[in-house]
Each structure stands twice: as structure tokens, then as C-alpha cells.
Design a protein around this ligand. Structure first.
Ligand SMILES: [Fe+2]
Length: 251
């Protein structure tokens, strides 16, 4: 049974989430951490922010980052070894953030996907234009037994134009993963406004850091220290912590 995790007081860090499921912490394979040293610094800061488990999600994008499961998992092994060596107290796994381009459908057909717990697949698209086969791709994922999770729904310009599109995506069975920093205005006021509206309408399933670099780490630290921001999180329930329960059940 999938349990939601709630908190009674205003949190001062992100420990109530336990697991972060969106980040770019495998060095040199996307636009996130550039070196192993970068990765270690960002991971140490996530640990200090209260996270106990990271499922990092490198981009898989045919043109820019054609990462295969092997690329990602061999990178993960290096990061895990370095984290153990530095004695950072955090568990690390990897999945991916799939861009819904023309190369995505074959990956789904051939089950070449790295998934989050619960057979979840983290997907993204252009922030400007809807992919031509958006609903087909989402439907196909589900008929293959996957649960689609849309990364940062608040950031897509073409969805924000008509809020009913969010309802349609949810009706299609898509889960929403909000970026924590969207709430602070890090990506601008229009993104913040939609993030708050999605929260208010209880349409957000999961929260992610989408951590790429030091500026994200610093902004998350500032957010954690800001009671007015953290109070917003205290008003809702998210399924992040339940993802780790799921991993433990499987093991
Ligand atoms: Fe991302």
C-alpha cells in the first residue's frame, strides 16, 4: 500500500521527504555535475539538507545526451565508490529523465528504460512546444506497465497557457513532480504562480530538487532557512518518502 508522508510542524530541512528523485549528479554525462568532485560536493549538501536517499536522473536526450543505461549505471558505480570513500551518509541509485523526442518511443517499446520505484518513468519535454505525440507516448508507457511522472510541469510555457491541460494530463494518469525551487521564484514568477496553483489543487505527487550545480544547492539551502517557503510545503502531502519504502520492499 502506498503511504503518503505528512508533517505536523514547519520543516527546517527536507528530511521529511527522505528521497530526492530528480537530479543530475553523475559527472560529465549531461548538463549537471561536471566532475566527480562536483558530484561529491552536491551530494554532501543534499545530505546536509536532510535527504537520506538520492535517485539521480541524468538526461536522456537523443541529440544532446544520448545516454544508455550502461553509461548511467557505470557512472553511478563511480559516484557510489567516491561517496563511500568520503563517508557521506546517503544512499544513491540512478534512473533517468527521458526527453520525449522521436527516440523515446523505441526505448519504451524495447523496455530500455531506467525507472524510479513503482515502475515510474520520469519524462520531460521542450518547455516551449508540446511534443506531437505527448498523449500517445503517455498512453503507451501505461499500456507497457509504466507509471509516467512529468518532471516540473510548472515550467512548460504551453501548458501554463491553459490550466485545463494539467487536469487532462492528470486524468490520463500522469503523476506530477514539482521542482522545489519553483516555489521560491527561482525560475520566475509565472512558474512560481503555477507551482502554487498546482499545490493548491493537490495535483503534485512528488517533489524534486532537479539539482544541477552549486547555485541550486545554495538556493535550496536558502529555501530551507526560509520559514515562509517551508510553511507552504507543510500544508501538503507528497509521496517521496514512500518511494524508499518501495525500494526496501523490493530488496
Ligand atoms: Fe532535470
Amino acid at each position: 500500500m502506498f503511504q503518503l508522508f505528512s508533517k505536523k510542524n514547519i520543516p527546517s530541512d527536507f528530511s521529511f521527504l527522505h528521497t530526492d528523485l530528480h537530479s543530475h549528479l553523475i559527472p560529465g554525462i549531461d548538463d549537471g555535475a561536471k566532475t566527480l568532485e562536483d558530484s561529491l560536493q552536491l551530494i554532501a549538501r543534499l545530505s546536509k539538507l536532510g535527504y537520506r536517499h538520492i535517485i539521480t536522473t541524468p538526461h536522456v536526450m537523443a541529440d544532446l545526451y544520448p545516454n544508455t543505461p550502461d553509461d548511467i549505471l557505470s557512472g553511478l558505480e563511480k559516484v557510489r565508490a567516491a561517496v563511500a570513500n568520503k563517508k557521506i551518509d546517503i544512499e544513491i541509485d540512478a534512473a533517468a529523465e527521458y526527453f520525449m523526442d522521436e527516440h523515446f518511443a523505441p526505448l519504451v517499446e524495447h523496455d530500455q528504460l531506467l525507472t524510479l520505484p513503482g515502475n515510474r518513468v520520469l519524462v520531460e519535454m521542450s518547455t516551449l512546444n508540446s511534443p506531437p505525440n505527448l498523449f500517445n507516448d503517455l498512453f503507451r508507457l501505461q499500456t507497457k506497465g509504466y507509471q509516467p511522472v512529468l518532471a516540473h510541469p510548472e515550467r512548460y510555457v504551453f501548458l501554463k497557457e491553459d490550466f485545463r491541460q494539467y487536469t487532462r494530463l492528470k486524468d490520463y494518469g500522469c503523476e506530477f513532480q514539482l521542482n522545489l525551487l519553483s516555489i521560491t521564484g527561482y525560475y520566475g514568477k509565472p512558474v512560481r504562480d503555477i507551482a502554487l496553483k498546482l499545490l493548491k489543487n493537490k495535483m503534485v505527487d512528488l517533489l524534486g530538487t532537479d539539482m544541477h550545480h552549486e547555485r541550486h544547492a545554495a538556493s535550496l539551502e536558502a529555501m530551507a532557512a526560509d520559514k515562509s517557503m517551508m510553511k507552504i510545503l507543510a500544508d501538503y502531502e507528497f509521496a517521496n518518502a514512500a518511494l524508499s519504502e518501495k525500494v526496501e520492499e523490493i530488496l
